[in-house]
Write a protein that binds this ligand. Structure first.
Ligand SMILES: [Zn+2]
Length: 168
């Protein structure tokens, strides 16, 4: 029984073949769609390499996108930075999901870190003086660090006010 199963698997898994065929077809269709669009409306002025290091797929770009990158790079150079290479900007359709997943994972990690640091900050009597913790929270792009400090301090004042009232 199990021998039978293994042999069949080694021959050719119909699901794998179907998958490979679908991939090939999608690739072809995508290429022809891009070619058609370029022909109908010649707005793609360049194609940039996918920024995934192991991918050679190219992504068609419009004049607007080219101008945006040029303007952005010029601004960086003006500030003493380096221009952005065109092949570090876009991802192809194949790698788009992977990049999006990576971003989502980074964002999730950032939120977990932020929540832990805010919890820690809330334990402090004077959150405004905890330079390290505040730097970490700012690094994770908390939208309103000053507001956060204010809210924690206001609560601390209220609490100590209540304590005083209770001891009277
Ligand atoms: Zn790619």
């Amino acid at each position: 029984m199990s021998d039978d199963y293994d042999t069949r698997r080694e021959e050719a898994d119909p699901e794998v073949i179907a998958d490979l065929q679908l991939r090939a077809r999608t690739q072809r269709e995508r290429r022809s769609v891009i070619a058609d669009l370029a022909w109908q409306a010649p707005i793609f002025v360049a194609s940039w390499k996918c920024r995934h290091p192991k991918c050679d797929e190219r992504v068609a770009v419009t004049q607007d996108v080219v101008h945006q990158l040029e303007a952005f790079s010029a601004e960086l150079v003006r500030r003493g930075g380096r221009p952005i290479p065109a092949d570090s900007v876009l991802v192809c359709a194949t790698h788009e999901a992977a990049v999006r997943g990576f971003r989502a994972e980074k964002l999730r990690e950032q939120h977990v870190r932020l929540a832990a640091n805010i919890r820690e900050l809330k334990q402090l009597e004077s959150p405004g003086i905890s330079v390290d913790l505040l730097a970490k929270i700012r690094a994770d792009h908390h939208p309103d660090v000053e507001g956060l400090i204010g809210a924690i301090e206001a609560r601390t004042v209220r609490r100590s006010g209540k304590r005083k009232a209770a001891s009277l």
